[in-house]
Write a protein that binds this ligand. Structure first.
Ligand code: MN
Length: 343
């Protein structure tokens, strides 16, 4: 268990006393979990009397815009006046929510690393938390989501009475989106008990569900159809399917950020497919998303071949060559990875 009495005492000690300035950072390309965890934890810290600011390096996807507390997320990229940079520089405590690599925060990285005074605290579930850089770590690599760790922290520190409807909703969104709407293997009876508490605290499940999953643009739906029909390649020898999208294809379907969210999961619903890969062209590189079932370890795959990582069944990385070359390399990597495993 990552939440030990000793760590809780340390955390209580850091948070008690005079109100402090506290920054909560999300990861780049924020998802439901990093946003949900930051918002719920922020609400708890505000209740303790602290002054807080949640900062995302870039914009969160539009299917999170309906969230009750979303107005408390500041987008660093849009911060023309430098208010957020100043807040980070002056912060006494910085919470890193749902990521453990400070160097992956785009422009926020410089601001955070230039700041030497803040106590840095990690709340995260990604693999390979760094040894240094944090005075306190709540890192549970077996947890389904960071929002679930935040739930456990709040329960341990203040109990369920302290969870209001907005907090419950934030944590529920994080858990729901990071578990693929309660379908991945990280689920446990304890998690469902936690979810039951969140529902008791006011989460409207059908509303949250359809706000996230039935709220897409027409362009996204058509892009998905095009991608699955025209761009999906299956390889039953290894049980792998992959899809790819170029910038031109995304433009054709009026792509906006967040539109490809969840696309990588679709090929996994095909019988005989245990690993799915999605390649998306961006300005300077190809973004690689990987998903798998069972013991196919895409974290290892992403680390070895695509300068990335993540979890066993969900990982990502980047490729710095052209799309064509990336796909050629991918085939080679598959042979190497699965060939080596068979042998
Ligand atoms: Mn997460």
């Amino acid at each position: 268990m990552v939440i030990t009495e000793q760590k809780l005492d340390q955390l209580r000690e850091i948070l008690q006393g005079a109100p402090k300035k506290i920054a909560l950072l999300t990861h780049t390309n924020p998802d439901g979990d990093t946003i949900g965890a930051a918002l719920a934890w922020r609400a708890y810290l505000e209740r303790l009397g602290h002054t807080t600011l949640c900062i995302a390096p870039n914009r969160y996807p539009y299917f999170l815009e309906w969230m009750t507390d979303i107005g408390h997320i500041g987008v660093f990229k849009d911060d023309v006046d430098g208010i957020m940079a100043r807040f980070i520089a002056e912060a006494e405590i910085i919470f890193c929510m749902d990521f453990n690599q400070i160097n992956r925060l785009d422009r926020v990285t410089d601001t955070v690393t230039a700041n030497t005074t803040a106590l840095r605290i990690l709340i995260d579930h990604h693999l390979h938390p760094p040894v240094d850089g944090y005075v306190l770590q709540f890192s549970d690599t077996h947890s389904c989501s960071t929002s679930y760790i935040v739930y456990q922290l709040i329960m341990a520190l203040a109990g369920e009475e302290s969870i209001d409807q907005a907090m419950a909703e934030s944590m529920y969104v994080g858990i729901m989106t990071d578990t693929g709407n309660f379908s991945f293997s990280t689920l446990s009876a304890e998690l469902f008990r936690a979810v039951a508490v969140l529902i008791e605290r006011g989460v409207n499940v059908p509303y949250v569900n359809s706000s996230v999953y039935d709220n897409f643009s027409e362009g996204r739906m058509r892009l998905l159809g095009y991608m699955l029909n025209d761009k999906m390649v299956t390889n039953y020898k290894y049980g792998v399917a992959h899809v790819s999208l170029t910038e031109e294809e995304m433009r054709r379907f009026n792509f906006i950020q967040g539109d490809s969210e969840g696309f990588v999961n679709y090929p996994l619903s095909i019988r005989g497919i245990r690993m799915s890969a999605m390649f998306i062209q961006t300005k300077h590189s190809v973004r690689v998303s990987l998903r798998s079932r069972g013991d196919v370890d895409v974290n290892v795959f992403a680390r070895r071949y695509f300068d990335g990582g993540g979890h066993r069944n969900a990982a990502g990385g980047r490729s710095y060559v052209s799309m064509d070359e990336t796909l050629q390399n991918f085939h080679q990597f598959l042979g190497e990875y699965f060939g080596e495993k068979e042998g």
